[in-house]
Design a protein around this ligand. Sequence first.
Ligand code: 6PG
Length: 245
Amino acid sequence: MSDNIQRIIVSNSNQLAEKGAEMFCEIAKKSISDRGRFVVAVSGGSTPRAMHERLSQDPYISDAFWQNTHIFWVDERMVDVDHPDSNFGTARKDLLEKIPIPVNHIYPMPVMTHPEDGAELYQTTLKTFFQGIGSDDPVFDLILLGIGKDGHTASLFPEQAFTYPDQSWVISVKGGNPNVFRLTLTYLVLNSARHTLFLVSGKDKALIVQTLLENSTIDLPAKNIKPLNGTLTWLLDQGAASLLF
Ligand code: 6PG
């Protein structure tokens, strides 16, 4: 395993949330002391919810780092924010409405528009933000990812052998479960992060984890997460890691 990739295995999903929150906080504080801000992109799905809830409790809830934190999304289902499938809506309930983060530091993806226009809009939002902090590149301090049993990550699905302009930061797709139009960050952005953290929980993910970590020739979206200059951490619970031993 190359030295910028690490595996952390914890006993269960509660420990996964605990360790995830701890790492989130550590990277937040280091980023703020190094650059004055913490820029993070979060994923949807069920796995990150416990970590988001943990971050909305002591000691994290009252921590000063929220003032300098900027939260973006890795992907979004194009449904109303009050719909149960909304990644933003879920994170708002689990975390955002509880923490002292400035409202203008929260950047949900635009869902009430045509998918391609939404992708364009969010790409502009990202470019404006990063140019505003003196960077032409979308270098997040932390990107949080999950994986599906089919090896998808973000909303980049195996069955979608489509091509998109190399320089795209955000694209629109249709697929996944729920099978809806989605917006997703591209590999260009996902592989530009300083830290990338896969959170994976449960026995039902054990086979795909084994495939992704032990099969060097497999071509699946999660396998294409190869940080250019950053670290990659697989944070797994025992169930997800159960076929690795
Ligand atoms: C999404 C997610 C997606 C998710 C995986 C795992 O919006 O659907 O970003 O990539 O991370 O599907 O989902 P679970 O955590 O629910 O297994």
